[in-house]
Write a protein that binds this ligand. Sequence first.
Ligand code: FNR
Length: 193
Amino acid sequence: MKIVLISGSTRGDSVNTAVLATVRHILDDLPGEHESVLLPVGELPHYEAELERTDGSAAVRAAKELVTGADALFISTPAYNSEMPGVLKNALDWLSRAQGENPSPLTGKVAAVTSASPGARGGVDAQPGLTGLLARCGVRVVEHEPVAIGSTGTLATEDGRYTDAGVVARLESLTRALIAEFAEAADRVEVLV
Ligand code: FNR
C-alpha cells in the first residue's frame, strides 16, 4: 500500500510534520508492505488556470503523478483561524482537477485526517473544512473519532517524531482504520470486476 503523507505546514519544525513522522514509524511496525512518501506542498506554485492549461509546473506534475500512483493519503494540518492553511488548500485545489478525460488525482483515494497545534484543541477546528473538501473531491475519508494532537510542546519526541504513548496509540488507531478502509475499498472493486 502506497501512502502519500501531506503536512499542512512547511515549517522546518512543524508539529504536523512530526505527526506524519510518527505515522511513518507506526507504518514500519505494522504488518504488510507500506510505502510512505511526503508530498512537499510548499513547492507548488499558487493555482493559476493558465499554468494548468500549459502544464507548465514540474512541481505540480510531480505532485499529480505521486498522488495518482498512490492508494491513500494521510494528512495532518494546523488550524489557521480555524481552517486549513492556504498552502494545503492550494495543493488540494491543484490535485482536485480532472486531467482531460481522466479523473482528478484525488478521485477514489482513501484518506485519514488529523491535526496538531501547540494549543489545547490540537487544531481540531480545521478538520471539518478539510474533510468536507476531500469528500467533495471524491475522497473516502476514514470514519474515526477525531484525532487532534494538542499541547505539542509538552510531548516527548525522538528523531523528529512523537513518542508519547497516548499520541502513538491514537495515531496507530487512525492508521489501522486507513489500512482497513483501503482493503475494504479494494475488495469492493474486486467484487465489481
Ligand atoms: C495560528 N495558530 C492557531 N492555532 C490554533 O489552535 N487555532 C487557530 O485557529 C490558529 N490560528 C492561527 C492563525 C495563523 C495565521 C497562524 C500563523 C497560527 C497557531 C498554529 O496552530 C501554530 O502556529 C502551529 O504550530 C502550526 O503548525 P506547525 O507549523 O507547527 O505544523
